[in-house]
Design a protein around this ligand. Structure first.
Ligand SMILES: [Zn+2]
Length: 182
């Protein structure tokens, strides 16, 4: 939310937008849970004790936002960026591989953080994870996407299907490819 407003402000600068940006980033900071070590997922409003590990919600997504701000020369969120990196590297491969909230989200964030921060160990961790995902695919015959109850997604799609994983496989070969969403 904060990054979307900040991007809009670059095109159409206004005091109103600047104030909304401050509020959005403050709100996003409030979503961080020390107990979980990540940003809570409020999709289920009855619980604040849940977190995802994806681009849509959780450390890879928030980390990608703070990484973008870092690349713009804004260092106010570097501590938040480190929190995101710590969460992602301490969370091992998950059962699902898709780009939105599967392993591809973490892998992309680690590739981008490694390149932007000049920390090759993060890029190597991304490669290790991508290798684990492809080895599991070879063993199972398929990458794993959303659970069966999500009937209406395209298995070829970017966020929840093969295209997102394909983007990551291309990125392993060409680390200058940018995150497709931010
Ligand atoms: Zn998602």
């Amino acid at each position: 939310m904060g990054l979307a407003l900040a991007s809009a402000n670059q095109l159409f600068p206004s005091n109103k937008l600047r104030s909304a940006i401050r509020n959005a980033f403050e709100l996003e900071r409030l979503m961080y849970s020390d107990t979980l070590g990540t940003w809570c997922d409020y999709c289920d409003i009855s619980s604040s004790a849940m977190a995802m590990n994806g681009l849509c919600s959780g450390a890879p997504g928030m980390g990608s936002v703070y990484l973008k701000l870092h690349a713009w020369g804004i260092s106010d969120f570097d501590d938040d960026l480190e929190k995101a990196i710590n969460k992602v590297i301490s969370t091992e491969i998950m059962p699902r591989d898709h780009y939105c909230c599967g392993n591809s989200a973490s892998i992309e964030f680690l590739f981008d953080a490694g390149r932007e921060l000049n920390r090759p160990e993060l890029s190597q961790d991304a490669l290790r994870r991508l290798k684990e995902v492809t080895v599991r695919k070879s063993a199972n015959g398929e990458f794993t996407f959303l659970p069966e109850r999500y009937e209406n997604y395209s298995p070829l799609g970017l966020l929840n299907g093969l295209s997102g994983v394909g983007h990551l496989l291309l990125k392993a070969d060409n680390s200058s490819l940018n995150c497709l969403l931010l």
